[in-house]
Design a protein around this ligand. Structure first.
Ligand code: SF4
Length: 219
């Protein structure tokens, strides 16, 4: 199974001081280059039904052809995560039950969040603040902490591909994979350990789909 992290835009309507992509954000030196057509051409070669695609940015709902991409992903059996501050979260979100929306409050008002929550499905996640589990980082990477809502402590991904808004493709490798020593190594393409914190976060999020224990957030 493959996990795709697609950073589809460097644009955002906010300027949070803790933003991890601040250097690229709304920066004319880093314009968006990829289109939905580019991404779909790539996915047609690399994607298999049931793979997980996470859309991020910037603010991903500012991607001009978002609906074209979402339609393709739904038609092809993708499970999708979207991280958004709620901009352009509208009624049509309910058309996509294959998506988990992670709605982050940032500096938005309570009334804005109340209105945005009306567009969510019960399995979506609202972050009113940065969770402690995400604040805990090691070497700049989040540390996964299991909880009742995130119970899976292993994941099935065997490769992970990152695409940035300039169209570059990178493999997200794992430093924990044991490939032997320099004397007896065996190189493993794309391989990653099943305890990777980033992948565990994605796997737990995507498994919210179809889990009937989640109740819709109301403000
Ligand atoms: S909303 Fe997200 S992408 Fe935009 S500035 Fe804030 S943290 Fe960065």
């Amino acid at each position: 199974m493959t996990y795709f992290l697609l950073s589809i835009t460097n644009r955002c309507n906010k300027a949070c001081n803790y933003c991890v992509v601040k250097p690229w954000l709304n920066n004319h030196d880093f314009p968006d280059k990829i289109t939905a057509t580019d991404l779909i051409s790539f996915l047609e070669k690399e994607f298999c039904e049931g793979d997980v695609v996470e859309l991020t940015g910037g603010e991903p709902t500012l991607f001009r052809e978002l609906e074209t991409l979402l339609d393709w992903l739904k038609e092809h059996g993708a499970k999708v995560i979207i991280r958004t501050n709620g901009l352009n979260l509208r009624e049509r979100r309910k058309k996509y039950d294959n998506i988990v929306v992670v709605l982050a409050k940032h500096d938005s008002s309570d009334s804005y969040m109340s209105e945005r929550k009306t567009y969510l499905l019960p399995h979506d996640l609202v972050l009113d603040a940065i969770p402690d589990s995400i604040k805990q980082k090691e070497g700049g990477k989040p540390i996964f902490i299991p909880s009742n809502e995130s119970p899976y402590t292993s994941h099935p991904f065997t490769r992970s591909l990152f695409i940035s808004a300039d169209g570059k493709v990178k493999a997200m490798a794992c430093c924990s994979v044991d490939m032997g020593t320099v004397w007896d190594y065996k190189l493993l393409k794309y391989q990653m350990c099943d305890k990777c914190d980033t992948m565990l976060g994605a796997w737990n999020l995507i498994n919210r789909i179809g889990n009937k224990t989640f109740k819709k957030e109301v403000a």
